[in-house]
Design a protein around this ligand. Sequence first.
Ligand code: PDD
Length: 287
Amino acid sequence: MSHEILANWNGVEMPLSEVTVSALDRGFLFGDGVYEVLRVYKGQPFLEAEHLERFRRSLDKISIVCQVDRLIERMQMTLENSGVTEGMIYMQVTRGAAPRTHRFPSGDVPPNELIYVEPMEVDHYAEAREQGAAVITVPDLRWKRCDIKSINLLANCMAAQQAAEQGCIEALLVNADGTVTEGSHTSVFGVRDGHVLTSPLSPSILPGITRGLVTRLAGRCGIPLHETSFSAEEIPQLDELFLTGTTAEVVPLIRVDGNLVNDGHPGPITRRLQRAYQEFVAESLSI
Ligand code: PDD
């Protein structure tokens, strides 16, 4: 495997470093596009159907017309040619390049379609998964359609940066009404009296693919789960907290805004769901 990250740009395979984008690309000018991130385990995309279904929904919701089946073929080809076994696939489609006007361009402007496959040489979450991680809470400054996996991520980036500056792995986003919606790039779960809580699906959160899997795994494990949000004020009453995401998997939280969760130790329900997640990955690879 070469060290170059392999990309497919509008149907042409090339090193990612050689992809050039028009300054009039609407993704570049307006953030007018959507994306998807998939994890690759042992050379196989994980929960591929679920990610692609969400990608189709994101495209539909912003009325970008694109042949997803063609993208899937390119994705499989790029993955194979990259030789990556442990890594992630990034997929992005923008409304294409056209003279700058806010309204969508008229006529046949082809979308710009990018796919790249990045090897994961280091698993940045490995220690957090084992030891538990610290987070902060910040106001959720995002727009009102967080269910769309839009490439507009400024509020998410600002929140993640604030967390990093405080030595934390993630920022939990808190709505004006005090509810915790999700993380800047992860879904959030709480545990209270043996019951798992997570925000219900709504335009305020991304329908996380890992979130969906973990809710199903909780069912398999006989752990009661409620799609009910909790507020930032209620965090001290939670017994456990954890994050989920494609690359994060399941990460226990042991500190929120400097206050310990479960005396600073990953809790038993989080550990059970981490094991169930690993078992599910192993199962899905052996099929
Ligand atoms: N982030 N919430 C937000 C705002 C996210 O950006 C993500 C994913 C998640 C978790 O979703 P999933 O389980 O489908 O990965 C929740 C991706 C990985 C990213 O932006 O890199």
